[in-house]
Design a protein around this ligand. Structure first.
Ligand code: NAD
Ligand code: TYD
Length: 352
């Protein structure tokens, strides 16, 4: 059992990182949480409004590609734990520009491991927890589930960069004895999700009566995990996971993309009084993503039986919370929709 004193949370202004901080900072006043984030297009301080003045929270603006910036954070805060979220995270962006994915996800992870190795010397009371994805395993057919033993077979520059970082994190355990843990999780959804990803994009477009762009047939399957359930899993692994081990995290909620979009149309309709038929009529089939993985599905037996974690939300209950959050937080939406967001939407969907 690890009892953290100071945790560097990289990428804490992003989707999952900000949900993690919003849950954990108020819950653990005895721990200092240092949010180290470069504030790329995906990082939003608006997501941290309610914790920004708490005494056990600090924000450090910096880039994990910059070893000097990392050194300064380590010298200032002397962390005993790292929870590493920072990454370039969007598959479509990795297809149009892979370089940042290698630099941040691979080299950035290496830089953090080096700082952790120098700072803690690998003391057993410390932890480096790396957040990864089920996309490292490639695509499933109609049957089967990803376990921790599934062979890596990434398809996109994004998943290849995450696979690479997982291998480096594991190598630092085997070679230098660093106390690392890894979680590979399925697709998250929930509040504070940047609207380039399927769920928030579809929620905003239904709210605004815009087309709902479904790639290819819409029959690709993802296994949906509510972000707060994921954050609890990360905390469980950080504090109770066995060094050197990997844990898969999933929400037991396999859905085709079309199922997801229809559920969003139904719920946005119920919450706003709009007609489901009108909203579903916005569905527009567009050109498929190159190398589009058909199906992801997680076997989370290991984290359930060894560490006692279970997801608490069903897809229905989690999606209801998510839709309500977007309806109630139009200020957040206005703040994150920069010119960069508009130019990405224009670039990605005008070519399809
Ligand atoms: P996100 O894109 O919403 O946020 C990424 C954060 O990292 C942002 O705050 C950004 O500013 C920061 N960042 C990016 N490059 C940086 C750099 N060079 N230096 C410092 N900070 C930098 O991502 P997310 O969805 O919150 O994902 C978090 C982690 O979880 C990622 O490692 C991702 O691969 C993994 N993951 C995400 C999902 C998902 O469904 N969202 C699923 C599986 C795994
Ligand atoms: P996404 O949210 O980008 O996550 P990931 O690629 O990491 O799984 O996409 C989820 C699924 O939704 C994926 O099969 C691609 C599909 N998709 C669409 O059909 N339309 C869209 O506009 C987007 C962004 C994704």
């Amino acid at each position: 059992m690890v009892t953290p004193n100071t945790i560097v949370v990289t990428g804490g202004a992003g989707f999952i990182g900000s949900n993690f901080l919003n849950l954990m900072v108020p819950r653990h006043p005895e721990i200092l949480f240092v949010n180290f984030d470069a504030l790329t297009y995906a990082g939003n301080l608006a997501s941290l409004e309610s914790i920004k003045d708490l005494p056990n929270y600090r924000f450090e603006h910096g880039d994990i590609r910059d070893r000097e910036a990392i050194k300064r954070v380590w010298e200032t805060h002397k962390p005993d734990c790292v929870v590493h979220f920072a990454a370039e995270s969007h598959v479509d962006r990795s297809i149009s520009g892979p370089t940042d994915f290698i630099e941040t996800n691979v080299v950035g992870t290496l830089n953090l491991l080096e700082a952790f190795r120098a700072g803690t010397g690998g003391a057993t009371s410390t932890r480096f927890h790396h957040i990864s994805t089920d996309e490292v395993f490639g695509a499933l057919g109609d049957e089967g589930l990803f376990t921790e033993e599934t062979r890596y077979d990434p398809s996109s520059p994004y998943s290849a960069s995450k696979a690479s970082s997982d291998h480096i994190v594991r190598a630092y355990h085997r070679t230098y004895g660093l106390p690392v843990t890894i979680t590979n999780c399925s697709n998250n959804y929930g509040p504070r999700h940047f609207p380039e990803k399927l769920v928030p994009l579809m929620i905003l477009n239904t709210m605004e009566g815009k087309p709902l762009p479904v790639y290819g047939s819409g029959l690709n399957v993802r296994d949906w995990l509510y972000v707060a359930d994921h954050c609890e899993a990360i905390w469980t692994v950080l504090t109770q996971g066995v060094p050197g081990e990997t844990y898969n995290v999933g929400g037991n909620a396999e859905k085709t993309n079309l199922d997801v979009v229809h559920s969003i149309c139904r719920m946005v309709g119920e919450e706003t009084g709009k007609s489901y038929d009108d909203l579903a009529g916005l569905i527009t089939y567009v050109k498929d993503r190159p190398g589009h993985d058909f199906r992801y599905a997680i076997d989370a037996t290991k984290i359930r039986t060894e560490l006692g974690w279970e997801p608490t939300e069903t897809f229905e209950s989690g999606l209801r919370k998510t839709v309500r959050w977007y309806i109630e937080n139009t200020n957040w939406i206005d703040q994150i929709r920069s010119g960069e967001y508009r130019s990405w939407i224009e670039k990605n969907y005008s070519q399809r």
